[in-house]
Design a protein around this ligand. Structure first.
Ligand code: ADP
Length: 153
C-alpha cells in the first residue's frame, strides 16, 4: 500500500476546515496512519519549498505557512499518492475544478488549503521530513474487505 503526505495549511486551520478535509479522505476509503498539529519552522520550509526558493513569492509563502499551526497527516491506500493529488485540484484555487478540495474551498494560489505530495518518490521524502518512523502506525483496517477486492490488495 502507498502512503502520502497531506498538510492542512493555515488557510484550512483558520477557516475551520480541518474536519471537513480529513472527512473527505476518510470517505474516499483511505486509511489515516499519522496525524499531528505542528508549527512549521524556517528550516523545514526552506527544505520543503526548495524548488520555489528563487521565486519572488518565496518569503510570502513561508510567512503564510507559519501564520498558524498546521495539521500534517499521512494517508495510506492503493495508489494513494495519485488519488490524493487528484482530490486536491490545481494549485490556483480559481482554476481548480469543483469537487476538488481547492476547487471547493479556495479562490487563491497561495491560500490553497492543502499541500499534497506530487509523486511516490516525493511522498516518501516528505513523510520522513514531517514524521518520525514511530509516528506512522501500522494497524489492521477493518474496512479493507469492503474497500478492495481480494486480488487488489
Ligand atoms: P502544489 O502545491 O500544487 O504542488 P507548487 O509546488 O508549485 O504547487 O507550489 C507550492 C505552493 O506554493 C502552492 O501550493 C502555493 O501555496 C504556493 N505558490 C505557488 N505558486 C505561487 C504564486 N505564484 N504565488 C503565491 N503562492 C504560490
Amino acid at each position: 500500500m502507498e502512503r502520502t503526505l497531506v498538510i492542512l495549511k493555515p488557510s484550512a486551520v483558520q477557516r475551520g476546515l480541518i474536519g471537513e478535509i480529513i472527512s473527505r479522505f476518510e470517505r474516499k476509503g483511505l486509511q489515516l496512519v499519522g496525524l499531528k498539529m505542528i508549527r512549521l519552522t524556517d528550516e523545514v520550509l526552506n527544505e520543503h519549498y526548495a524548488h520555489l526558493s528563487d521565486r519572488p513569492f518565496f518569503a510570502r509563502i513561508k510567512q503564510s505557512m507559519q501564520a498558524s499551526p498546521v495539521v500534517v497527516c499521512c494517508w495510506q491506500g492503493l495508489d494513494c499518492v495519485q488519488i490524493v493529488r487528484s482530490m486536491t485540484g490545481a494549485t490556483n484555487g480559481r482554476n481548480a475544478l469543483p469537487g476538488t478540495i481547492r476547487g471547493d474551498y479556495s479562490v487563491s494560489t497561495q491560500e490553497n488549503i492543502v499541500h499534497t505530495s506530487d509523486s511516490v518518490e516525493n511522498a516518501a521524502i516528505e513523510l520522513s521530513r514531517f514524521f518520525d518512523e514511530t509516528e506512522l502506525l501500522d494497524y489492521a483496517f477493518s474496512a479493507d474487505n469492503f474497500l478492495y477486492a481480494a486480488d487488489e490488495k
